[in-house]
Write a protein that binds this ligand. Structure first.
Ligand code: C5P
Length: 251
């Protein structure tokens, strides 16, 4: 038997979250930029930041603000209680979501090996979902997305020439093989940085960029409360979820 002491256990890789919040949110109608809309008395962006900071694994949150609104977002975060164990950075965003995420990644200091990308528009994601994503990356996945089965049947169409015209259906994909994916999406940092340095196509999520590198993306169970606040009805639903949480916390 060797007398060599066991090497110290390697520390858990550090996790940072990037929150792109530079969109105008036109589908919600006129008013404040979507991320600054108030839910239950608190701006949506503050909910989203708190949702990431709720995970004990997340020690840095980088918020990507509208290019002309970084100072305002910094003031907003300073004015709201956030956990002491988590650091915050605010950086100005870009023209597209993809550009905004890239600017957030560029601002990440060394030492964070796992990166979550979380839409400000998903303010109510539960901490268990955040932790499940981080756990799957720690277990070796290059990219992880929370996913839910679909309730609706999905049709692929030939887009109409003019808005409102009937659109011919060209296919009905097998619903049992489809998933609706949410955020936070979790990544091995080097893989995500490589994807953002390589893929130039327009994409709607970060995991699809990693797919284009040929790296396997895996799912973990998503959560219905991680829905994206997009249309006016979503604001009503978000208020209802918050009211239910307040009631449950009261008991
Ligand atoms: O427009 P969409 O709902 O897909 O936006 C998803 C997220 O990306 C939102 O949180 C939005 O603020 C962010 N975004 C961004 N920079 C842009 C456009 C969108 O950070 N230029």
């Amino acid at each position: 038997m060797s007398d060599d002491p066991l090497p110290p256990p390697s520390p858990a890789p550090r996790t940072a979250a990037v929150i792109p919040a530079a969109g105008r949110g036109v589908r919600l109608g006129p008013g404040a930029p979507k991320a600054l809309r108030v839910l239950g008395g608190t701006p949506m962006l503050v909910h989203a930041v708190r949702a990431m900071a709720a995970s004990r694994a997340v020690s840095l949150v980088v918020v990507v603000a509208p290019p002309d609104g970084a100072a305002e977002v910094k003031t907003l975060l300073d004015a709201h209680a956030l956990p002491d164990r988590t650091d915050f950075l605010v950086v100005p965003g870009g023209e597209t979501r993809q550009e905004s995420v890239k600017l957030g990644l560029d601002a990440l200091p060394p030492g964070y090996d796992i990166v979550l990308v979380h839409d400000a528009a998903r303010p109510l994601v539960p901490v268990d979902t955040v932790d499940a994503v981080i756990e799957a990356v720690r277990d070796g996945a290059g990219a992880v997305v929370p996913a839910l089965p679909l309730a609706d049947t999905v049709k692929q169409v030939e887009p109409a020439a003019a808005p409102g015209d009937p659109e011919p259906v060209v296919a009905t994909p097998d619903r049992s093989l489809l998933r609706a994916v949410q955020t936070p999406q979790g990544f091995d940092r080097a893989t995500l940085v490589r994807a953002h340095g390589t893929v130039t196509d327009d994409v709607t999520d970060d995991a699809s960029m990693v797919e284009q590198l040929g790296v396997t993306v895996v799912t973990v169970p998503g959560h219905e409360e991680a829905f994206k606040v997009t249309r006016p009805l979503d604001l009503v639903l978000a208020e209802a979820v918050l009211a239910r949480r307040r009631l449950n916390d009261g008991f």
